[in-house]
Write a protein that binds this ligand. Structure first.
Ligand code: APR
Length: 170
């Protein structure tokens, strides 16, 4: 695999990459956290594109673990890749769905021809996934992926998240 994995402490909406991955919900109509930041900074074009996707291919919403791309509006990237993470469950192992978010986002990135992709720590906020386990799944899945993406940049919003993810470097 010739993909370089990097770890950055910062705001994903500041990243200059080909595609920024959004930790969306299945409605694709916005929310808080990363979703809120991307729509706020990216502007109404993104929501318009999401509405068009709901009206065409995703009438029932984007299923958990799947990914779809839209314009990035005013963000410093060409595309936003929206993916829906699983909500953490103490009784059901949803790890495959979380891994699918990374795998499917890279598959969409390859379809677009994106060479640099920024990921947030999917499912670790509102969806309450423990950071360490989420980091393990994220990095292992990206490492194992067959993709033409040259840089995967994990963008962590705070120091604790950065420390946990960066511990998986190398
Ligand atoms: N840049 C990078 N990371 C961010 C940013 C940002 N601007 N804002 C928040 N984060 C971090 C959070 O600290 C957390 O570690 O992104 C991670 C994911 O948190 P959420 O955004 O809450 O996403 P998630 O846990 O996947 O929950 C998705 O939340 O916002 C709603 O509409 C969204 O319903 C969906 C749910």
């Amino acid at each position: 695999m010739s993909t370089t994995i990097t770890f950055v402490r910062g705001d994903i909406t500041d990243q200059h990459v080909d595609a920024i991955v959004n930790a969306a919900n299945s409605s694709l109509l916005g929310g808080g956290g990363v979703d809120g930041a991307i729509h706020r900074r990216g502007g109404p074009e993104i929501l318009e594109a999401c509405r068009a996707l709901r009206a065409s291919h995703y009438g029932k919403g984007l299923p958990t673990g799947r990914a779809v791309a839209t314009t990035a509006g005013r963000l410093h990237s060409e595309w936003v890749i929206h993916t829906v993470g699983p909500v953490w469950s103490a009784t059901e192992d949803r790890s495959d769905l979380l891994a699918s978010c990374y795998r499917e986002s890279l598959r969409v990135a390859d379809e677009l021809g994106a060479r640099t992709v920024a990921f947030p720590a999917i499912s670790t906020g509102v969806y309450r996934w423990p950071m360490e386990d989420a980091a393990r799944i994220a990095v292992e899945t990206v490492r194992a992926a067959e993709t033409a993406v040259e840089e995967v940049r994990f963008v962590l919003f705070d120091e604790p998240a950065y420390a946990v993810f960066a511990a998986h470097a190398g």
